[in-house]
Design a protein around this ligand. Structure first.
Ligand SMILES: Cc1ncc(COP(=O)(O)O)c(C=O)c1O
Length: 416
C-alpha cells in the first residue's frame, strides 16, 4: 500500500514536480556598459580603461595592493605559478579534488603536482595531510577552496612559512568566502579568481589574480602579456611568456557583475546555511563543517551520506533523491582517476612523472593511498545552488533528502 512516505522510486508521489527558481546571469545594463567602446570606435587591446577599472574595483573589494587580469581562471593560476618562479622539477602540493585549471597551472610550468589527501568532512586538503608531502623539491602549496568553503588557511600558512613555501589560493569557486574573518584569496601569496560563466559572477571567460607583493605582480603582468613591458622600458622580452590578456569587452561585463557579488553571496550563504542546519538533523546525513568565524558562499552545495548507516551507495541515494524531483548527484571528483594521471603518466607535454630534470621519486597518483579521497567519493553528494532559489525550494530539497534518508535509516531498500 502506498503512503506519503512511499519513495518515488517505488511508485510513491514525488516531493516536488516544479523546477527550482532560476534566472538570468546577465542583464541589459551590461550590454550598455559596452557602448563607450563602440562610441570610441575601438576595443582596447591591453590595459585599457575597462580592464584597469576592473582591477581597481577588485583591489578595493578585497583590500589588495596589486591585481593582474587574465583571460581565464586557468590563465590566472598559470600566471601565478610562473610569477612565483615555479619551474621544471619543482613540486607543488595541491588537492586531487579540483578542476583541470588548477593542475594546468603546475604542469604548464613543467612542475610536478604532488597530491595531499583531503579531509573527507570538508573535501579539502589540510595542514596535516600536506605536511607529509613536503620535500626538498616543494616550492608551493596550491590550495583549492572547494565550492564556497574555506580551507584551513591559518594552519596552511603556518606550515608554509615554516618551510618557506609560497601559497597560491585557487578561489575560482569561492567568491567572498571568509576564513576567520579574512577574505580567502587575500591570505596566501597570490589569490586567483575565475570569471567563467558558471562561477558566482562571470562574463563568459576571464580571470584575475591579486597579490600584495609588487615583484610578483610585476612578473605576473609580464607573463600574462608576452613579457612586453608596457611601462616605458621597451618591448624586449627576457623570458618566455603567454598572451593571457583579458579582453576589454569581458572586463566591462565583469565590472557590472562585480556590483552584485556581495548581494548574491549573502543570498547563497542564507540558502546554504539553511541546508546545513536542516540536513544535519537527518539520520545518516552530514554536512561540511564551516569553521568558527568562517563565511561560506556555497558555489554548489556538497553534503554527505553514511553508506553503512543507510545501507546503500551514494549512487543509489542520489537516484532516490532525484526521483523525488530535486537534483543531486554523487560528487565523483578525483583527478587521479583521469587518464592524464592514471594511464599517461608519461604525457610528453608535461613532464610530471618522468622529466629527466625532476630529481624526486615517481609521484604517487594511486588513489588507494588516499583514504580521504576514497571516503569523500563514497559519501559526498553535490546539489545545485543559485541565488534565484527560494526558501520554498530549499524546504523541498530537505524534504526529499529527509524522505529518502529516513526510509533507508529504518532499514528500507533504495533499490527500485
Ligand atoms: C577550482 C577551480 N580552479 C580553476 C578553474 C579554472 O577556471 P577557468 O575555467 O576560468 O579557467 C575552475 C573552473 O572551473 C575551478 O573550479
Amino acid at each position: 500500500m502506498k503512503t506519503p512516505h512511499t519513495l518515488a522510486i517505488h511508485g510513491g508521489k514525488p516531493v516536488r514536480t516544479k523546477k527550482f527558481g532560476a534566472g538570468p546571469k546577465h542583464h541589459l545594463g551590461e550590454w550598455l556598459a559596452l557602448k563607450p567602446m563602440f562610441e570610441r570606435g575601438s576595443i582596447p587591446m591591453t590595459r585599457g580603461p575597462e580592464v584597469m577599472a576592473l582591477r581597481e574595483k577588485f583591489k578595493k573589494l578585497f583590500g589588495m595592493k596589486h591585481a593582474v587580469t587574465a583571460s581565464s581562471g586557468t590563465a590566472a593560476l598559470h600566471t601565478a605559478t610562473a610569477a612565483l618562479g615555479i619551474g621544471r622539477g619543482d613540486e607543488v602540493i595541491t588537492s586531487p579534488i579540483t578542476d583541470m585549471g588548477t593542475l594546468t597551472a603546475i604542469l604548464a610550468q613543467n612542475a610536478v603536482p604532488i597530491f595531499a589527501d583531503v579531509d573527507p568532512a570538508t573535501t579539502m586538503i589540510t595542514p596535516e595531510t600536506i605536511a607529509p608531502k613536503i620535500s626538498r623539491r616543494t616550492r608551493a602549496i596550491l590550495v583549492v577552496h572547494l565550492a564556497g568553503l574555506a580551507a584551513d588557511m591559518d594552519g596552511i600558512m603556518r606550515l608554509a612559512r615554516r618551510h618557506k613555501l609560497a601559497v597560491i589560493e585557487d578561489v575560482a569557486q569561492s567568491y567572498m568566502t571568509e576564513h576567520r574573518g579574512r577574505l580567502i584569496g587575500t591570505i596566501g601569496d597570490v589569490g586567483c579568481w575565475s570569471l567563467n560563466e558558471s562561477k558566482h559572477i562571470g562574463a563568459g571567460d576571464g580571470g584575475i589574480l591579486m597579490t600584495n607583493d609588487a615583484e610578483v605582480a610585476w612578473r605576473a603582468e609580464l607573463f600574462a602579456d608576452k613579457c612586453y613591458d608596457r611601462d616605458g622600458r621597451g618591448v624586449k622580452p627576457h623570458f618566455a611568456a603567454m598572451n593571457y590578456r583579458l579582453n576589454a569587452l569581458v572586463a566591462a561585463v565583469s565590472l557590472e557583475q562585480l556590483k552584485k557579488v556581495k548581494r548574491l553571496c549573502r543570498r547563497r550563504r542564507l540558502l546554504g546555511s539553511y541546508l546545513d542546519r536542516e540536513l544535519s538533523r537527518l539520520p545518516g546525513i552530514r554536512v561540511r563543517p564551516v569553521g568558527r568565524g568562517d563565511y561560506a558562499t556555497y558555489w554548489y552545495y556538497i553534503f554527505h551520506m553514511d553508506p553503512e548507516r543507510l545501507n546503500c551507495t551514494v549512487e543509489e541515494f542520489a537516484k532516490a533523491v532525484q526521483a523525488e524531483g530535486v537534483w543531486c548527484s554523487p560528487l565523483n571528483q578525483n583527478v587521479m582517476e583521469w587518464p592524464l594521471f592514471k594511464d599517461h603518466p608519461d604525457d610528453r607535454h608535461a613532464c610530471a612523472a618522468n622529466c629527466p630534470l625532476y630529481r624526486g621519486p615517481k609521484p604517487d597518483y594511486d588513489t588507494r593511498h588516499y583514504p580521504g579521497v576514497i571516503e569523500a567519493n563514497a559519501r559526498s553528494l553535490r546539489a545545485g545552488m543559485s541565488e534565484y532559489h527560494t526558501m520554498a525550494d530549499m524546504r523541498d530539497f530537505v524534504k526529499a533528502v529527509a524522505k529518502v534518508a529516513r526510509h533507508a535509516a529504518q532499514g528500507g531498500t533504495l533499490r527500485a
